[in-house]
Design a binder for this molecule. Structure first.
Ligand code: NAD
Length: 435
């Protein structure tokens, strides 16, 4: 994948290309795949901009009696395959282009796994760690009411992402249900996925992203010369995705040598205990101070020799600077867009493979789809059945990516976007452009 932009499409849309902007980075990668597939120009134009961009400002009463005004977003990138679907993030460093980029990634991810969903993403610019539980509840309810009928069980279905969790999803569902007529209230339950099991959630949703990543690795690693039960790895981020990835990979026998999060980094060359580290993070809020490992600085963390380097925190964390420190054989993207295009270029030239996010972390939205389906059918699947179905979907997606990589002799990111866009292209050509 090259890093040069499709200036022709951007200038027609009057968009001033900025190489460091994550939205342009993601759209450039999508457009390059579209070019390789020879997709029609109108499809490139459609995919280069989201269908709808909602921005809301809403007041929330704080515990001390003051009122603060918050900014929220819901970006609906594309719905040719079905209702919009994508998480809601609570984070202080979020802006419009960032949410647009994440929504476009969701369109590609859902298409790659062949889920009947389009792509969307939402966010509130807030640091949830500085809010009490009551403040978070009022913020969530007010944001849900501000989004109004722009979300809905067959129209746009949010889910958890960074800074949000099952409790927050329960507040979204309860608010939506209360805002609708009593005879349609139960439909409102499936306006959101990632809910607690007692309130319409699915078994296996909590671990789904990590579990899906393990299924992808089981499929991809043997051909790359690795045995999953013997690999070593390091992880950035030990939240939902990172900690489940750590726990599930070590259960398969892999060795977790180092972990870094926003509080610091810890190491143990003999292998960190993933479950104990998770318990420590639950208690203290971060990996710093973990007694089962040794503290380390950022550069030493990135330079730790491992087979797999797994970013599971935020976007754009692997830059050309720290990519030069990496001593790994494969970068496994558990987070969305963690590798900048320049860093990826550098890694590929150095012979380090990059397994892209839309394949590796698609397990989360896949089990979200199962949850939505269970809600529609008023059923609850057992945990083993969820795992079996998830494995089937992830293995099929991995096969699609491998087939595209062979067809175009290209890197895995290009191959995964091609596998997604080929399907979207087929549906557009069947449906045509209305009217
Ligand atoms: P989370 O909020 O549970 O965890 C985020 C982690 O990132 C935390 O461990 C935090 O300490 C770490 N982090 C934040 N800033 C950091 C920094 N500057 N340096 C190092 N670490 C830092 O979020 P999550 O749900 O685990 O999501 C992680 C990534 O995975 C995001 O890119 C998200 O979009 C993606 N993702 C999540 C899901 C899901 O189901 N939760 C599904 C698909 C993709």
């Amino acid at each position: 994948m090259s890093v040069s932009p499709d200036q022709d499409i951007f200038s027609e849309l009057e968009l001033a290309y900025k190489p460091d902007n994550i939205y342009f980075q993601i759209i450039t990668a999508l457009l390059q795949a579209a070019e390789l597939l020879n997709l029609p120009r109108q499809l490139k134009l459609i995919l280069a901009q989201p269908k709808n961009e909602l921005m809301v400002h809403f007041p929330v009463r704080m515990d001390d009696g003051t009122t603060r005004l918050f900014k929220g977003y819901r970006i609906q990138h594309n719905n040719v395959l079905g209702p919009y679907k994508g998480g809601i993030r609570y984070h202080q460093d979020i802006g419009l282009d960032h949410v647009k980029a994440l929504a476009a990634i969701m369109t590609a991810k859902n298409a790659l796994v062949r889920l009947p969903f389009g792509g969307a993403k939402g966010a509130v610019k807030v640091d949830p760690r500085r809010m009490s539980s009551d403040e978070l509840m009022r913020l969530t309810r007010r944001f849900t009411s501000a989004m109004g009928n722009n979300i809905g069980p067959d129209y746009d279905i949010p889910a958890p992402d960074v800074g949000t969790n099952a409790q927050i999803m329960a507040w979204v569902a309860d608010t939506f249900m209360n805002l609708h007529e009593p005879n349609r209230r139960i439909e409102g339950l499936r306006v959101v996925t990632g809910k607690p099991i007692e309130f319409g959630g699915s078994h296996g949703r909590d671990k789904a992203t990590g579990q899906g990543l393990v299924y992808v690795l089981e499929e991809m690693l043997p051909e790359m010369g690795f045995d999953i039960s013997r690999v070593t790895f390091s992880l950035v981020g030990y939240g939902n995705v990172g900690s489940w990835t750590g726990r599930l990979l070590t259960q398969r026998g892999a060795k977790m040598k180092a972990v870094m999060d926003h509080t610091g980094a810890v190491r143990d060359d003999r292998g960190l205990d993933a479950a104990m580290l998770h318990a420590h993070v639950m208690k203290t809020g971060g990996v710093a101070g973990f007694s089962g490992g040794e503290k380390m600085d950022t550069q030493s963390f990135y330079s730790t020799p491992v087979d797999l380097f797994i970013p599971a925190a935020l976007e754009q964390m692997i830059t050309p600077e720290n990519a030069a420190w990496l001593q790994c054989k494969v970068v496994v993207e558990a987070a969305n867009a963690p590798t900048t295009p320049l860093a990826e270029d550098y890694l590929l030239k150095k012979g380090i493979a990059v397994l892209p996010a839309i394949l590796c972390n698609a397990g989360g939205v896949t089990v979200s789809y199962f949850e939505w389906k269970q809600n529609r059918q008023a059923e609850q699947w057992d945990a083993d059945f969820v795992d079996q179905q998830l494995q089937k979907q992830m293995v099929a997606a991995a096969h699609r990516v491998k087939a595209m990589a062979r067809k175009f002799t290209c890197d895995m990111r290009t191959a995964s976007y091609c596998a997604a866009l080929e399907y979207i292209g087929q549906v557009y050509s069947l449906r045509g452009i209305f009217p």
